[in-house]
Design a protein around this ligand. Structure first.
Ligand SMILES: NC(=O)c1ccc[n+]([C@@H]2O[C@H](COP(=O)([O-])OP(=O)(O)OC[C@H]3O[C@@H](n4cnc5c(N)ncnc54)[C@H](OP(=O)(O)O)[C@@H]3O)[C@@H](O)[C@H]2O)c1
Length: 287
């Protein structure tokens, strides 16, 4: 968010401040703050839980963005809405990548509701940018590399099984914030893919990250079939940032470069945090 704080006066609201799944709360928060720009990063992101919680996923991922878009249109403001690679079914044969005008076909409730959110935004206003990103990680919150680190440090004698037949582009949230700032700076309108360049499997990402962290680990590859989950995930979730590139706005480097920068900056803090918590949880992969 530093990228945005430098340029905008930010009012950041989390679930404790505002439940966007409640339409009245959503409208009254917008009326109260009268933003020039609404940046919607909030979502019901528990991909597996969404399979059995359609109503809340729909309210948060689909209805709320529509309400924001309606407000933005009425108030001549602007909406930047974050969406996902999970709107696609991932059936393209690698190394083909998904471009913005490929036909979505979500495999999961999460993906369906996120797609419905995109459509609600498009129906309500032209005053929007939708950024589809993928495989996010960062310093804050739970995410895949942090889970790998925790498992490597807390269960050094246990094999960590990681799927090796789903590919995507690990994307640093800090870089995504800079990309959002770039898109907002020119009020670029439309739908944009915004993930790091080049791709890997979850297994390759885990190994590359733990190598960079310079910690011992025992990661072994497995297949999606070995690791059944309630929600289906796209096997090929690789996005091409074609629209950003054509608009001269793409700032996303290769995922390896950003991962190395992330480790360079945050390695010590990540190790310290993991050692402090030492609480092992199962896989926290989201999307
Ligand atoms: N993670 C990925 O790999 C990935 C990939 C593609 C796209 N995306 C998209 O990127 C965006 C951010 O995802 P993320 O991974 O950073 O997810 P996240 O860590 O789960 O963050 C989502 C945020 O939304 C908040 N939230 C959830 N329900 C809410 C509600 N009803 N009202 C207000 N706030 C609510 C959460 O609050 P609490 O923390 O209090 O629950 C959390 O701060 C989402 O739009 C997601 O669909 C993520």
């Amino acid at each position: 968010m530093t990228a945005l704080r430098d340029r905008y006066r930010l009012v950041a609201l989390d679930l404790a401040d505002l439940d966007i799944g409640d339409p009245d709360q959503c409208r009254s928060a917008l009326d109260r703050h009268q933003p020039d720009i609404v940046l919607n990063c909030a979502a019901y992101t528990r991909v597996d839980d969404a399979e059995s919680h359609f109503d809340i996923a729909q309210a948060v991922n689909a209805d709320a963005p529509g309400i924001m878009a309606q407000w933005v249109d009425a108030h001549r403001a602007w909406l930047l809405h974050v969406s996902t690679d999970f709107v696609f079914d991932g059936g393209k044969p690698p190394p083909e990548r998904y471009v913005e005008d490929d036909t979505p076909n979500p495999l999961s409730v999460y993906g369906q509701t996120k797609l419905a959110g995109e459509n609600a935004v498009r129906e309500q206003t032209d005053r929007h940018a939708i950024l589809r990103t993928a495989w996010l990680y960062g310093r804050n919150g739970a995410n895949f590399p942090k889970t790998m680190l925790r498992l490597a440090l807390t269960q050094p004698d246990t094999d960590i099984r990681v799927v090796d037949d789903q590919i995507g582009s690990p994307t640093w949230s800090h870089r995504l914030a800079s990309q959002i700032e770039r898109v907002l700076s020119v009020r670029a309108q439309g739908t944009f893919h915004a993930s790091s360049d080049s791709a890997c499997t979850w297994y390759a990402f885990a190994c590359a990250f733990l190598d960079a962290m310079n910690v011992p680990y025992r990661v072994i590859p497995c297949t999606t079939a070995d690791y059944p989950t309630p929600a289906r995930r796209p096997p090929n979730a690789v996005l091409e940032n074609r629209a950003l590139r054509q608009a001269g706005l793409d700032i996303m480097p290769a995922w390896q470069d950003d991962m190395m920068a992330f480790v360079r900056i945050h390695r010590d803090a990540l190790i310290e945090e993991t050692q402090e918590t030492m609480a092992v949880s199962p896989d926290t992969r989201k999307n």
